[in-house]
Design a protein around this ligand. Structure first.
Ligand code: DSN
Length: 436
């Protein structure tokens, strides 16, 4: 729960906001949250977000500011930088980018000529990100893009990616994904980038926590630059970090972040990053990340055993993609909405090798992740129970066209029964639990 002193201060001033905070807190306790990019930050991280560091301006970098009064802000930023370097092994870290999209834009700004640079990255519907050159993002409008995708077995083929890179000759080669359940071969990506003279960029937003805990191989020393949000598996505040290993690269990145793209950094957020990184350096964090992966494997195995089509046949990380069109002839959106109706919150999501009916807003799949439930203390058996509740829900969803306002459920009593079991399971766990 939030610090009671902060909450009571809020209640006195603004009841409307207070009520929404309490309502959201309750939702997060009562639901089983399977969105792989979400988590529960610790009380310490959230306390750091609410301090007087929010009152301070400080354009520039430690020791080189455009504002006076930096006696504490320089120390807090240096602390976050040192912990990021220690955790990920890179010699340079920028902790000012406001979130993942601005962090990626800063890297492109640092290394690409405006309207002339070339980026090669994963296509959005196979698990890339908007900022990896999607046409609806400025990264797709401002730069020349070549997208790669998964093969028929849903895995990446590094030889094909190499051949494409040799032909396209990107300035920046991007790996790192929002919906790829398998291990990323950073060594191979780094080698291809060096062969074609590109900067190698790993956007590890989804798996930063797993890498920090040693549950996924590290991009160091293979990738030149690494970006990541700090609030996903890493379990910090909503922010981003950019790592690099060459001093010239680090200088270009710093200049791109400030003054290139941003003004004053958010020191309350930077202090919360520092806290999250300290937590991630602890042995308990490694137990958490190992359990995240074990839990994801349990969800995948249980659903697979119940006949569901799991993309790539399983998972090596925190997420599971299910092709529900192939599994039960249902659209992803209807499944995600019905699951939310029983208290299980996931994403409807595009999947590779989908039917020709798949569209971004009407995809064939759902995306599940285990970081949040692992933070709560769920273990493999609990995850198998979650998969069983999902299976019962999906078997109770109507196929075919629904009339406007028509319930997607075949039997409302079954839906109510599942919803009660979901609430009981969810509330039997705290929202945050350190585990040894
Ligand atoms: N929003 C992130 C995700 O959910 O994967 C990507 O930015």
């Amino acid at each position: 729960m939030l610090d009671q002193a902060i909450l009571s201060g809020l209640k006195e001033v603004d009841n409307e906001v207070f009520d929404l905070v309490v309502s959201e807190e309750t939702r997060q306790q009562r639901q089983i949250r399977l969105i792989p990019s979400e988590n529960y930050a610790s009380c310490a991280v959230r306390a750091a977000l609410a301090t007087s560091f929010t009152n301070k301006y400080g354009e520039g970098y430690p020791g080189r500011r455009y504002y006076q009064g930096q006696v504490n802000t320089d120390k807090i930023e240096n602390l976050a930088i040192e912990r990021a370097k220690q955790l990920f092994g890179y010699p340079f870290a920028n902790v000012q980018a406001l979130s993942g999209a601005p962090a990626n834009l800063a890297v492109y700004t640092a290394f690409l000529k405006p309207f002339a640079g070339k980026i090669m990255a994963m296509r959005l519907d196979h698990g890339g990100h908007l900022t990896h050159g999607s046409p609806v993002s400025v990264t797709g409008a401002w730069f020349e893009i070549s997208h790669y995708g998964c093969q028929e077995d849903d895995y990446l083929d590094m030889e094909k990616i190499r051949a494409q890179a040799l032909e396209f000759r990107p300035d920046v080669l991007v790996c790192g994904y929002t919906a790829y359940p398998r291990t990323i071969d950073f060594k191979a990506f780094g080698e291809i980038a060096r062969e074609v003279g590109a900067i190698s960029l790993a956007d590890i937003s989804h798996i930063a926590g797993l890498i920090a805990g040693g549950s996924h191989p590290s991009p160091f020393p293979h990738m030149d630059v690494v970006t990541f949000t700090t609030h996903k598996t890493l379990r910090g505040p909503r922010a981003a970090i950019i790592l690099s290993k060459d001093p010239e690269h680090a200088d270009k990145i710093d200049k791109a972040v400030f003054p290139g793209l941003q003004g004053g950094p958010h020191f309350n957020t930077i202090s919360a990053i520092a806290v999250a990184l300290k937590e991630a350096l602890s042995p308990a964090f490694k137990s958490y990340t190992d359990q995240v992966v074990k839990n994801a494997i349990s969800v995948a195995d249980e659903l697979k055993g119940r006949g569901y089509h799991i993309i790539s046949g399983g998972t090596d990380n925190h997420l599971v993609l299910v092709d529900v069109r192939k599994s039960c002839n249902l659209p992803g959106k209807r499944v995600a909405e019905a699951l939310e109706d029983v208290g299980i919150v996931c994403n409807f999501n595009t999947v590779p090798n989908a039917s020709d009916r798949q569209k971004p807003l009407f995809p064939d799949g759902i995306r599940l992740g285990t970081p949040s439930i692992t933070t709560r203390g769920f273990k493999e058996n609990d995850c198998r129970k979650v998969a069983e509740l999902m299976d019962r829900t999906m078997k109770n969803i109507k196929a075919g066209k629904l009339e406007k306002g028509e319930s997607p459920f075949i039997d409302e009593a079954i839906k109510d029964q599942i919803a009660a079991e979901v609430a009981e399971l969810a509330t039997s766990f705290p929202t945050f639990s350190w585990q040894e």
